[in-house]
Each structure stands twice: as C-alpha cells, then as structure tokens.
Design a binder for this molecule. Structure first.
Ligand SMILES: Nc1ncnc2c1ncn2[C@@H]1O[C@H](COP(=O)(O)OP(=O)(O)OP(=O)(O)O)[C@@H](O)[C@H]1O
Length: 305
C-alpha cells in the first residue's frame, strides 16, 4: 500500500478546525470540526442546504471561512496553497467550456498544474471517458460531466480527493464504478471526502461519516457504529408478567402509550418468543422493529423527532 508523501500513517491529512461561514445573516457552516484521514473514505452527509458544498469549498481553499481554519498535513491551508498533487476537487459542475472536448479541457488543466499529457490519457481511462474524449463537453450527459469532473480531480493523483455529490446523474453501473474507484484510492492510502444527501448510497462506500444539519455536525464516527435499532414490538394483556420475564432474561421493555404496545430491546424475536412461552405470557403480536439505516439518518436529521 502506497502511503501519500509527507504524512505519518495515522495522522489526519486534512482538518476542519471550528470552521464557520456566514453569508450575511445566514450561517451556512457553523463551528464545524472534523478530520479527514488517509486510507479512509469519509462521507459528508446532510440534506439539501445543510452546508456541504460550502464546507467542501472551504476545505479546498476555494471559499474563505468567516472563522476557523483548515489544516493540510498540520499546516494552515492559507500558508500552503493547494496544488493538484495535494487536493483534487470536484464541486458543482465540471466547469469545462461546452465547446471544448473532454481531452482539451483536461489538457488545459494538466498544463496549469504542470502535469504530463500522458496523465490526461490515464485519467480519461480511469473515468471511462476515453471513447468520448474527443466529443464536445456541451453534448455530455450529467453522468459524463460527473466523470469528467472526477477525471479533473484525479489529474494530480492527489493526497486528498474532495467530491461534492459525485453519484448524482450516474447510472447503477456508474455508481458501482465510483464506489470501486473511491475504495481503491483509500486502499492506496489516499484520503477521500465525499458528500451525499443519501445515507443508503454512502453506506456502501464510506468508512467514516460526518453528518451535518443546518450547518452543524450532528454525528461523526465510523459508519459501522451507526447501527439501526433491533427491538421487538409485542402486545399483551399481561404487561406485569411480560416485564418480569423480559427483565429476568436480560432485556429491556418500554411501553408505547400511543399504540398500546411494548418495545423490547436486548433480546431478538426468537428469544422474546421463548422467554414469554416459558413464562406463559400470552402475546397478541410479536413484530421485529423495522428500522433501517436510512431511518437512523432521518432521525439524526430531525425529520422524525
Ligand atoms: N454564495 C452564497 N451566498 C449566499 N448564500 C449561500 C452561498 N452559498 C451557499 N449559500 C447558502 O448556504 C446554505 C448552505 O448551502 P450549501 O450549498 O453549502 O448546502 P448543501 O448542503 O451543499 O446543499 P445542496 O445539497 O442543496 O447542494 C444554503 O442556505 C445556501 O443557500
């Protein structure tokens, strides 16, 4: 596994330190701190308008924070202007002139970044655009533009890749390709930060997540720790004996006044069935709680509070 240059293996490659961005009275990003680590795909998640694009633009050095700072390999970004080998960014549209071909666009960018033309052909191949490289960008579909934006971001084989909603406009095959590409970069020790408004999509790709809502971080950690609840709903006319049996078996029980049911956690469905059978508690219903990862996400978003 190739580690990116300049960095010890475990340190953060990019750090958001108390970043805030205000546009007049609107606070788009509000005191946000987190690390982007090498060898890891980090998902930056939140609904529309949560401040994801603004945050990525500050991390890329494209938007100046109102307060706070960005550290790149421990050094404030302002003092170390990012170049193509350090940070690769795909934010909003691919930014290419519609009259230019994809190849021409990438050659111009490679020229600015003093990268060899051979690299243009490499990123065209990596992005699955070789066959359409001579076509005018104005004729490209949204998915092809996304691929071109990604090709541009990859030009310098950067230590950090910052991508804003890269799956938008991609078909299922394109999404699979994107996942593989991001995973491979992480395996090569690069850092990837990718924004999305869909946890279900990101869940297949990312290791860590930072969830934002109205400009603030509401959750940060490993995606593996964001496990959906796994309780069991039951209905009975013998709540006292049910509680005794459940607690005796190491479970917890919570009444739901609205539905008249009881939520048991700490025991799975078969265990609840067994415990209540032994205690001779009659159940009128036994339903596993159906909470998906997306439900957990919606809860974090406050949509289900
Ligand atoms: N240049 C700007 N001037 C004024 N307000 C802005 C500017 N850029 C963003 N905003 C506002 O900041 C807030 C956050 O926007 P941002 O685009 O960062 O969110 P987002 O999470 O990327 O949303 P989306 O998924 O819809 O792109 C929004 O209310 C937006 O209108």
């Amino acid at each position: 596994m190739t580690k990116p240059p300049h960095l010890p293996a475990s340190s953060a490659v990019l750090t958001a330190e108390r970043l805030t961005k205000r546009y007049g009275r609107l606070t788009a990003v509000d005191d946000v701190s987190f690390d982007v680590r090498p060898g890891v795909v980090t998902g930056f998640l939140g609904p529309n308008g949560a401040g994801k694009t603004t945050m990525l633009a500050m991390l890329a050095g494209l938007v100046r924070p109102t307060s706070g700072r960005v550290l790149l390999g421990g050094t404030p970004l302002r003092e170390r202007s990012p170049e193509a080998r350090t940070i690769g960014t795909a934010i909003d549209s691919c930014g290419a002139h519609p009259g230019r071909s994809a190849r021409q666009h990438l050659r111009i960018l490679a020229g600015f970044a003093r990268l060899p033309r051979t690299r243009v052909e490499e990123v065209l191949a990596l992005s699955g655009l070789t066959e359409v490289a001579g076509r005018r960008v104005g004729t490209f579909s949204l998915g092809m533009r996304q691929r071109l934006g990604l090709a541009a971001a990859l030009l310098g084989d950067p230590e950090v890749l910052l991508l804003d909603e890269p799956a938008n406009g991609l078909d299922p095959e394109g999404i699979r390709w994107l996942r593989t590409l991001l995973r491979e970069r992480a395996e090569r020790g690069r850092a990837v930060l990718v924004s999305s408004h869909l946890l279900s999509e990101a869940a297949h790709t990312v290791d860590d997540i930072v969830v934002v809502r109205q400009g603030r971080v509401v959750h940060a950690g490993a995606i593996a720790d964001l496990t959906p609840a796994s309780g069991v709903w039951v209905r009975t006319d013998e709540p006292g004996r049910l509680a005794e049996a459940v607690i005796g078996a190491g479970g917890r029980i919570t009444p739901d006044v609205t539905s008249g049911r009881y939520l048991i956690d700490g025991l799975d469905g078969p265990a609840v069935a067994e415990v209540t059978r032994r205690a001779q508690v009659d159940l009128h219903e036994l339903t596993p709680q159906s909470t998906s990862l997306e439900d957990v996400f919606l809860e974090l978003m406050g949509a289900r509070s």
